[in-house]
Design a binder for this molecule. Structure first.
Ligand code: C5P
Length: 221
């Protein structure tokens, strides 16, 4: 049982990786199972929120009562998020969005040549979905995630300020991919809060509580 601390709130969540095509059969992607974002969607729904989940390619079932929008590329995720972000109260950006996409993906499968020449790829930068939403005139309360391979204390707060979000959840990424548990550190304007290692479902409930109590008019609900 969860207290209904998000009743009346519209929560938008991204989860999973994005997939950027090289050609019709190949692509580049990020490592993300989607488990953390899906767990947050479930916890937010159980806390009474209306939840929309924009998911990259993952092998997970849709949490009960959650509206799901499946996308592949970062640009599709950007479009799906921006079409509803301004109508939401909270945006939780959990997705591992590919920072770059292949410039002009090939329409045909790239063939191996007799001379074994390897193709070279040119990349262009994808839009930063979280930073874009955080800059909207009527921005929802934005929560970012950061998977760092080291020096989390410095990078976490720096990233929070750079993306202009009130709350950033940092984890030591390579230790959590695909696992069922996670250990995170919260960064907000007041400083750093460490949460103990928990399974992702328990952590999602804890994060929903941390988000709910930071919402601008939290005391009204
Ligand atoms: O800069 P970095 O990718 O480490 O930031 C991670 C945070 O930014 C995550 O919340 C992620 O969902 C979000 N992000 C995004 N769009 C991008 C890159 C990251 O929304 N193109």
């Amino acid at each position: 049982f969860q207290p209904k601390i998000l009743v009346g709130r519209r929560v938008l969540i991204t989860a999973g990786p994005t997939f950027e095509p090289i050609d019709p059969v190949r692509g580049i992607t990020n490592r993300s199972s989607g488990k953390m974002g899906f767990a947050i969607a479930r916890a937010a729904q159980q806390a009474g929120a209306t939840v929309r989940l924009v998911a990259g390619p993952v092998a997970l079932g849709t949490p009960w009562g959650v509206v799901r929008d499946d996308v592949e590329t970062a640009r599709q995720m950007y479009d799906a998020v921006l079409s509803t972000a301004a109508d939401c109260d909270v945006f939780v950006s959990v997705a591992a969005v590919a920072d770059w996409r292949v410039d002009e993906a090939s329409v045909e499968k790239i063939k191996k040549t007799a001379g074994h020449r390897v193709p070279s790829l040119a990349f262009v930068e994808n839009p930063d979905i979280l930073a874009t939403v955080a800059q909207l005139p009527n921005a929802p309360y934005c929560v970012g995630f950061a998977a760092e391979s080291g020096n989390l204390e410095t990078h976490g707060e720096e990233k929070r300020v750079r993306k202009n979000v009130p709350l950033l959840v940092g984890n030591l990424g390579p230790k959590t991919f695909g696992r069922d548990d996670n250990e995170v550190v919260l960064f907000d304007a007041h400083g750093v809060t460490r949460l103990p290692r928990m399974d992702k479902d328990a952590l999602a409930v804890a994060l929903v509580r941390e988000i709910a109590r930071r919402l601008p008019d939290a005391s009204l609900i």
